[in-house]
Design a protein around this ligand. Structure first.
Ligand code: IVH
Length: 674
């Protein structure tokens, strides 16, 4: 049976089960499954269809679970992006969060946090001008939202007018459905969150009005005058304007309080009339929030501390290994299937070789499995009392699935040996290559809709795609013969692939998957090379040497990254594969988002520690003001900013020789009005 046939069989079986449950529930009024089994089944079906669009042809789920395909709404740019949140899963993660904040702000005292339940609904942004609700947007992709005003105004809890409000204010919050209201909608939606999302994205607002959607406000976007000092004031003000604020919001400082709070709210969880999936902690002081700013995806001043996962016990049948796109070898426990929080699990990650050794995990062991939200299930502990006398220590294979020896790298900066074993053959290893292809088509890379992980696996097995360039030479006639591919889906795929050929340089650099070059570093490299012509000089071994020397000047690019680029381009197979890919693309120049500011187009470098801020904050401030940060003193440097605490003498001397402007810490504060 091919993979596709297997998926089809599984899908048909699940649809039949759902029909049976629906019948028992609605027609016979005697449910034969628990609520969560019902929900999970619907969720599984929706995921299956999402990953295997061909299933829609067999049985369209819309009629069964009320899944609405997204209709077209006008797109409007958010005045301030709607970011997502980083996650914390345990005490250590929260300690780390607090530590990073203190380091960034260069302070030693505890930072007060606003603790707010994380409502599992759909976020919305409401814009008020002169006190009147002008429009409301969904989150969309974070930068552009969908104009869903008509549906949002059906929510009674959302005020349509604000008294004594700033000229412009955007109020953000979560739209949700109360658990008891969801009971009546169960036949249509997989869970309350889906129901809220589906109702909000309905074209006909009369339909939305029938659904009792509710709202909790938790923050603001654009505001014309800053009238709040901290998050708690802001929530109070929102409450005065008649927005519903969750009653479990409070302020908190120490890690012990955080843990206590977590346990308390978690124990309340089942008694609350809305779904929670954790607690959001935000730095309470808004001035601190502003100083902390955000990375490309999420603010540095907030984190979502997820509720602990559900656990179960099972037996390890076997330990297999998986190869990732960086060649990382991950051991996976194949376990006797067990239900963890309503989902059947038969694989759980064991992380790496060190983890197996540390916990002495063996085949045949009875282990505890844990699953937290959308995170991969993991083996947390072994019950050694249940261990068989003859059980043998697990010997971690030293070879990759491709048969070649794996290595543990030694970090150039910390000199520590990595816990992860890797196959270092890149595209030469078939297992790594397949994962690299999945990365290339992914959202932040070429973003080819219709060419997901499953399709790559399928096309790989059929030998349609072996290298990235193959994606752009697909034989659509061949695909048409495959089950599940209709004319329309092929047309869409063809278009998505064609459109993706025009990729900008930094995105391209990220896509090819050079180890240690993530999105941020790819941007730095994009800004450095600017054009594909210059970037392509890396393929020439002589020119490469000089380029690599210059790369050291870039802040963020260190020895580790330079070595990784060297390794990538000196591998002949990698080099050929990427060159053939470039040949079929249309790589656009790096688009400089030139920030206007005090340091527009200036190169800055820092040495020594600062009193009023951390190095990270100084860098972030310089960048906000248009500067580029360099990592070493060279002719290109415009200013060397010298912190009062232990600056490097050598750097100052070199800068003096090169006649580079030196700036004291005091002058730096002066220029930035700090
Ligand atoms: S703050 C940049 N506060 O969680 C700050 N989010 O994973 C982002 N959410 O998209 C939002 N309750 O839909 C914030 N009290 C709360 C929240 C909350 C639920 C959701 C929101 C957001 C997602 C982030």
């Amino acid at each position: 049976m091919t993979d596709q046939e297997k998926v089809k069989k599984l899908y048909t079986k699940k649809v039949e089960k759902l029909l049976k449950l629906n019948k028992a529930y609605f027609e016979k009024d005697s449910p034969i499954a628990t609520d969560s089994e019902f929900d999970e089944l619907k969720k599984e079906l929706l995921t299956l269809v999402k990953e295997n669009p061909f299933l829609k042809k067999i049985k369209n789920l819309d009629s069964l679970v009320g899944h609405k395909s997204s209709t077209k709404f006008e797109k409007i740019k958010h005045a301030r992006p709607m970011l997502s949140l980083g996650n914390a899963f345990d005490r250590e993660d929260m300690i780390d969060f607090q530590k990073k904040i203190k380091i960034f702000l260069n302070i030693t005292s505890e930072v007060e946090l606003s603790s707010e339940p994380k409502i599992d609904g759909i976020s919305a942004s409401l814009r008020y001008e002169k006190g009147n609700l002008t429009y409301g947007l969904s989150r969309g992709d974070g930068l552009f939202g969908e104009n869903i005003t008509e549906n949002l105004v059906t929510i009674n809890e959302i005020p349509k007018k604000l008294v004594n409000a700033p000229e412009v204010i955007e109020v953000r919050g979560e739209v949700y459905i109360a658990k008891k209201d969801f009971e009546k909608l169960k036949d249509k939606f997989a869970n309350p969150r889906n129901a809220a999302g589906g109702s909000l994205r309905q074209k006909d607002s009369k339909e939305t009005r029938k659904i009792p959607l509710r709202f909790f406000a938790y923050g603001i976007g654009e505001v014309s005058s800053q009238i709040f000092k901290n998050q708690t004031d802001l929530l109070k003000k929102l409450e005065n304007w008649k927005f519903p604020i969750n009653s479990h919001c409070k302020t908190i400082k120490s890690i012990d309080e955080i843990e206590k709070n977590h346990e308390e709210l978690e124990s309340l969880r089942s008694s609350l009339d809305y779904d929670l999936d954790g607690i959001v902690y935000k730095v309470n002081n808004l001035h601190f929030q502003e100083r902390l700013g955000s990375t490309s995806n999420s603010p540095r001043w907030a984190i979502a501390y997820k509720f602990s996962s559900v656990k179960a016990s099972s037996k390890i049948k076997d330990i297999a290994i998986q190869v990732g796109r960086t060649g990382a070898i991950t051991p996976v426990a194949k376990i006797d299937p067990v239900t963890v929080g309503g989902v059947v699990i038969s694989n759980a990650t064991l992380h790496n070789e060190d983890e197996i050794n540390r916990k002495d995990i063996r085949v045949g062991d009875v282990v505890t499995i844990q699953r937290a939200g959308d995170v991969i299930p993991q083996v947390v502990s072994v019950d050694k009392s249940k261990r068989n006398e003859n059980s043998k220590k697990f010997i971690f294979p030293n070879k990759c699935l491709c048969g070649f020896l794996t290595k543990k790298e030694v970090s150039l900066t910390t000199k520590k040996t990595d816990a992860v074993r890797r196959c270092t053959r890149g595209y030469e290893c078939n297992f790594t290559a397949r994962e690299k292809l999945k990365h290339i088509v992914s959202k932040d890379a070429f973003d080819i809709e219709g060419l997901g992980k499953k399709v790559i696996d399928n096309f790989w097995e059929l030998k349609f795609i072996r290298t990235p360039a193959d994606i752009f030479r697909l034989n659509y006639g061949q695909i048409e013969k495959l089950e599940g591919w209709g004319k329309l889906s092929i047309q869409n795929l063809q278009k998505a692939i064609k459109d993706s050929k025009g990729i900008v340089l930094d995105r391209f650099i990220y896509s090819i998957g050079i180890r240690h070059i993530g999105q941020e570093n790819a941007k730095i490299l994009g800004a450095f090379f600017k054009t594909n012509k210059k970037f392509s000089k890396l393929f020439n071994s002589k020119k490469r040497k000089d380029i690599l020397k210059n790369l050291h000047d870039l802040d963020g690019i260190g020895d580790t990254q330079v070595k990784s680029i060297e390794d990538f381009f000196s591998n002949e197979k990698n080099s050929n594969i990427i060159q053939s890919l470039i040949a079929v693309l249309n790589i656009g120049d790096f688009k400089k988002i030139s920030k206007k500011g005090k340091f527009s187009n200036k190169n800055i470098m820092f040495t020594g520690g600062f009193e009023k801020m951390s190095r990270s904050e100084a860098k972030a401030l310089a960048e906000e003001n248009g500067a580029k940060i360099l990592g070493s003193v060279s002719k290109k440097l415009d200013y060397l900013v010298i912190g009062n605490s232990k600056p490097t003498k050598k750097k100052i001397e070199k800068a003096k020789k090169l006649k580079i402007d030196l700036m004291t810490e005091e002058k730096w504060y002066d220029l930035l009005n700090r």
